[in-house]
Ligand binder design. Structure first.
Ligand code: ADP
Length: 308
């Protein structure tokens, strides 16, 4: 399948000497709902800025549906819609004008611009506010207005940068319904967030960025599966032959006197001990092997969805 986004060895060092991106490579397939997860300062905004052509990379390349951003900027950007973190429209303008005027930047004829503005304001439940000054809108409405604005040229790739920070749960839900619908209709969606829970519910694939590097790329299912297991290191009194079978537990031999047991979270370890004992395997000691991924996640988020 075509790649909606292809980033190759992207680097960005700011004038201050901070290396915000240290060689990021990433591919997002057409039609995907993709999460970019990382703690504050990880480089998410720099990466999004580079994709929107607001940040000039120090090295590397970005292709949007095969169009190189440096060489074919206008076509590449025409396929992209971005909902930025900060409210960045003129709050004295009316929502209808904000959306319709944005269409003008992409060269849409005025009647089509007006038709699209109406369509997307309606879809985002903002039509009854279309002709009031946008500064009177609530925070959630302003976010939805930015989504309508980003959709007006019907981009094939929509990037939402921390769209739900500070947005209450009801509004989040209606925002996600809209975004899930446009994804079903074929728009590729990339979401940056530091809420694992949000990414977990919505996204099919995920990349985790930390300190300017991609530390993990995975589909959401196997990522969550790996988070639900923990590993123990078992030191043996003497070398053993065959390892017993324990349901749900993966026993691995590390060396003659060391085994690892990978168990679903919350497993009674007695189960493992008993099975080893019946097989004549005697344990000297046991310790929990910290799961690096899990440590990373604990640093990023807690599973209830609050920022760490
Ligand atoms: P995130 O969006 O994940 O919080 P950022 O991309 O904003 O991360 O920041 C990554 C690093 O780059 C941070 O150390 C940040 O301080 C630095 N940084 C971001 N923007 C600038 C800038 N305009 N000038 C200098 N340093 C910056």
């Amino acid at each position: 399948m075509a790649q909606a986004l292809e980033i190759t060895d992207l680097k960005k060092t700011y004038d201050t000497g901070v290396s915000a991106l240290k060689g990021v490579s990433l591919e997002v397939a057409e039609g995907d709902f993709f999460a970019l997860l990382g703690p504050n300062g990880a480089g998410k905004s720099t990466l999004i800025g580079a994709i929107c052509s607001l940040v000039r990379p120090t090295a590397g390349s970005i292709r949007i549906f095969g169009h190189d951003l440096a060489r074919d900027r206008e076509t590449a950007l025409g396929l992209l819609g971005v909902v930025p973190q900060e409210i960045n429209f003129n709050q004295f303008e009316k929502p209808f004008d904000i959306v319709a005027n944005q269409a003008g930047f992409y060269g849409l004829p005025r009647p089509l611009a007006r038709e699209r503005a109406e369509r997307y304001l309606k879809q985002l439940s903002l039509w009854d506010k279309a002709f009031v000054a946008s500064r009177t809108l609530s925070g959630g409405m302003k976010r939805r207005l930015m989504i309508a604005r980003a959709m007006v040229h019907e981009p094939k790739l929509l990037i939402l940068d921390e769209p739900t920070a500070g947005v209450d749960i009801e509004i989040r839900r209606s925002m996600w319904q809209f975004v899930e619908q446009i994804n079903r209709d074929g728009t590729t969606v990339i979401l940056t967030t530091h809420y694992l829970e949000e990414a977990e519910q919505l996204c099919r694939n995920i990349a985790i960025i930390d300190k300017g590097e991609i530390v993990r790329k995975s589909d959401m299912k196997s990522l969550l599966a790996s988070l639900d297991r923990e590993t123990f290191v078992l030191d043996l009194v003497e070398a053993c032959d065959a390892l017993p079978n324990v349901e749900g537990v993966t026993l691995r031999r590390i060396d003659a006197l060391t085994l690892e047991a990978e168990v679903p979270k919350g497993t009674e370890l007695n189960l493992v001990f008993r099975a080893l004992d019946s097989a004549g395997i005697r344990l000297r000691s046991l310790r929990n092997k910290a799961n690096r991924l899990e440590e990373l996640f604990l640093a990023l988020v807690d599973r209830k969805g609050h920022a760490a």
